[in-house]
Design a protein around this ligand. Structure first.
Ligand SMILES: N[C@@H](CCC(=O)N[C@@H](CSC=O)C(=O)NCC(=O)O)C(=O)O
Length: 275
């Protein structure tokens, strides 16, 4: 494992590390913010999952999360959004292949050789963070758009692993919108029954635990109706009796300007559950 960036930031350090991932079968990078409190002892960890087209860089350079992570003493880990590099399958278009791993374990060739972002984030990356950094086993998870879908699905699929979950503009029902239908057909195959295990609105019906769940959605988001449809999550949570705080934020779009406006509230949400 090799550190490729190191920057002092709000009394802590923003770093980027690169390592060989056995799960992904390639070299991959992650960002990690280490708040000043790590000098006194191990800190809890918030995992952030980014959206389509992102690498480990977008969140750490655009969201402004470090100020709040330093205030609350939370480590923030931001992995890449897919495997990448020589030999990793890709196609034209921003919404499939590199930059678009959708946080699933692909079952279909050629994707199944590398696209295992669920297992990478839940098992390999978490194990590495807890072994190599001053991190406790208290974990929370958040993300944006495709990464919001990832945060919801990883939390719902892995009861006991995370203390809280949140999302900005998540793809809540990937089985029913074009971004998800395209990705799931490629990664999981034509059988829609297999998609249910990767769809937050399906998973919430049988959720084994109730985590503090916060979702923010801008009402000026160009993807709101075609791809996001947060009312589907509202309906699924109501039917399952799963408490959800869903906030429609007037005037906000899908960008990191939106994320940076509310990331402080999301980190406070997680810090409360992690303390
Ligand atoms: N057509 C756009 C689509 C890419 C885009 O909007 N990506 C978002 C996430 S969308 C859902 O997962 C994003 O976070 N972009 C990176 C950023 O820094 O803003 C395009 O190709 O640009």
């Amino acid at each position: 494992m090799q550190r490729t960036e190191s920057h002092a930031c709000f009394g802590g350090m923003q770093e980027v590390w690169q390592h060989e991932s056995g799960t992904l079968g390639c070299t991959t990078k992650f960002g990690i913010y280490l708040p000043p409190q790590v000098r006194e002892g191990a800190c809890p960890v918030l995992y952030w999952l980014s959206g389509l087209t992102c690498s480990e860089q977008n969140f750490i350079t655009k969201a402004g999360a470090q100020r709040y992570a330093a205030e609350h003493g939370v480590i923030v880990v931001a992995p890449d959004t897919s495997p990448r590099g020589v030999g990793v399958p890709d196609v034209e278009g921003y919404d499939l292949g590199i930059g678009a791993g959708f946080y699933v374990n692909a079952t279909q060739a050629p994707w199944d050789s590398h696209y295992r972002m669920h297992d990478y984030v839940v098992h390999e990356l978490t194990g590495l963070i807890e072994a190599q950094f001053p991190a406790t086993q208290a974990r929370s998870i958040s993300g944006h758009s495709m990464g919001g879908h990832g945060a919801l699905v990883l939390a719902l699929r892995n009861p006991g692993r995370y203390r809280s979950v949140s999302a900005f503009s998540p793809i809540v029902a990937p089985s029913r919108v074009p971004w998800g239908e395209k990705a799931f057909t490629a990664y999981l195959g034509e059988d829609r029954d297999a998609w249910r295990a990767w769809d937050a609105c399906e998973l919430v019906a049988n959720a084994a635990e109730r985590l503090p769940l916060l979702v923010d959605q801008g009402d000026a988001d160009e993807f709101l109706e075609p791809q996001l449809q947060p009312q589907r999550l509202r309906d699924a949570c109501d039917a399952a009796g799963y408490p959800l705080t869903l906030r429609l934020q007037p005037g906000y779009d899908h960008s990191y300007y939106f994320i940076s406006s509310f990331i402080g509230e999301h980190i406070a949400h997680h810090a409360q559950a992690l303390s």
